[in-house]
Ligand binder design. Structure first.
Ligand SMILES: *[C@@H]1O[C@H](CO)[C@@H](O)[C@H](O)[C@H]1NC(C)=O
Ligand SMILES: *[C@@H]1O[C@H](CO)[C@@H](O)[C@H](O)[C@H]1NC(C)=O
Ligand SMILES: *[C@@H]1O[C@H](CO)[C@@H](O)[C@H](O)[C@H]1NC(C)=O
Ligand SMILES: *[C@@H]1O[C@H](CO)[C@@H](O)[C@H](O)[C@H]1NC(C)=O
Ligand SMILES: *[C@@H]1O[C@H](CO)[C@@H](O)[C@H](O)[C@H]1NC(C)=O
Ligand SMILES: [Zn+2]
Length: 307
């Protein structure tokens, strides 16, 4: 249903496909993509504010193997797994962590690069990571994504970076094995089995470290309806698992000229008037607090001079 809610007949793409419809042009056909509160952004640890009330999430249903089926879809822009539908509605949800309500998981999908280009959407201190996972949740007060998109508190997306190393992450076997069944745009297949959603994530004790800001969907229609959380701790997968994403899937439909799905990320946009908040436990760069100390110090000096 999330796929069907992409009503936009507007043609858009990533610049790896065709520069003439890449992210810098989206605002020409979809005006919201030119807004002031767009995502992704660079998370600059020298320029964020600690918010001690950003504590732990309550993850519900993340630790169960849901009954029913999860559908994997190649939508021509990314590989997406729909977790609603055949699973009991609302069973997987998040709350706490400064969120204004409970938010129910709808789908998750991935953004990645190529053999030489990292492909995360958010960057951390300007560093781009190889890949990024987005778990999209809808505010439990809405049933339809079209209604949620009109509300700045309508959606909550959890973003996770990946790091590639030598060890294979067996929790990714089901997803990685399904990629060859969704090679072409429009392909969809039920996953061989559902699994615990938390098995895809870093260990739960690391999940109190995150960055929070208000932004948008990172694909057209770019609606500014998202409470973003990007976690500090990356997910570890192997280089060869990463390569499966890079080399197995196409942007193109079956029968069209084959074009590999690579670099399906939107580059960071300006923060403008927004602030990024660091959770109670997240790390901020030393100089972030140093700047603050220096400001206090110079204020003290100024006061001394004037008194
Ligand atoms: C959240 O999920 C739990 C079970 O995992 C369920 O009992 C609860 O009703 C859900 N909450 C909402 C608002 O959907
Ligand atoms: C800190 O986060 C809480 C929860 O989201 C929010 O209500 C509060 O306004 C935030 N504080 C600041 C200074 O933004
Ligand atoms: C990866 O993508 C970058 C950026 O588009 C491009 O310059 C580079 O040639 C690509 N590398 C490969 C191996 O395709
Ligand atoms: C790509 O990501 C890897 C792993 O996080 C990192 O070591 C590397 O510096 C990144 N490369 C670039 C060009 O950002
Ligand atoms: C995926 O494709 C393989 C062949 O490439 C096939 O053996 C397998 O049954 C397919 N899985 C599903 C769930 O359709
Ligand atoms: Zn995304």
């Amino acid at each position: 249903t999330v796929l069907k809610s992409v009503l936009y007949k507007v043609h858009w793409c990533y610049s790896s496909q065709d520069r003439s419809c890449g992210p810098s042009t989206w605002k020409d056909t979809v005006s919201t993509c030119g807004g002031q509160n767009q995502s992704p952004v660079d998370l600059d640890r020298q320029n964020m504010q600690r918010n001690k009330s950003l504590g732990r999430f309550t993850f519900r249903g993340y630790n169960i193997v849901p009954p029913g089926k999860w559908k994997v879809v190649n939508n021509g822009h990314a590989v997406q797994v729909n977790v609603e539908g055949n699973t009991i509605m609302g069973y997987i949800n998040i709350s706490g962590a400064g969120l204004p309500n409970t938010f129910r998981a709808l789908q998750f999908h991935f953004h990645w690069g190529n053999a030489t280009q990292n492909g995360s959407e958010h960057t951390l201190d300007k560093e781009q990571y190889p890949m990024e996972l987005h778990i999209v949740h809808i505010n439990a007060k809405y049933n339809k994504i079209i209604d949620a998109k009109k509300d700045p508190n309508g959606l909550a997306v959890l973003g996770f970076f990946y790091q590639n190393n030598d060890a294979s992450n067996s929790n990714y076997n089901t997803i990685v094995a399904s990629l060859k069944n969704v090679s072409y745009k429009g392909d969809e297949v039920d996953l061989a089995s559902t699994f615990r959603l938390d098995s895809l994530l870093p260990p739960v004790q690391k999940l109190s470290r995150y960055y929070r800001y208000r932004g948008s969907l990172t694909t057209p229609d770019c609606k500014e309806a998202v409470i973003w959380t990007v976690f500090e701790e990356p997910i570890q997968i192997s280089q060869s698992q990463y390569n499966e994403f890079v080399n197995t899937v196409f942007f193109s439909a079956r029968g069209e000229t084959e074009m590999r799905m690579q670099n399906n990320f939107r580059p960071p946009l300006p923060l403008n008037k927004r602030k990024v908040y660091a959770s109670k436990d997240a790390s901020m760069s030393a100089s972030s607090s140093l700047h603050f100390s220096l400001a206090v110090l110079s204020l003290t000096v100024l006061i001394d001079i004037f008194i």
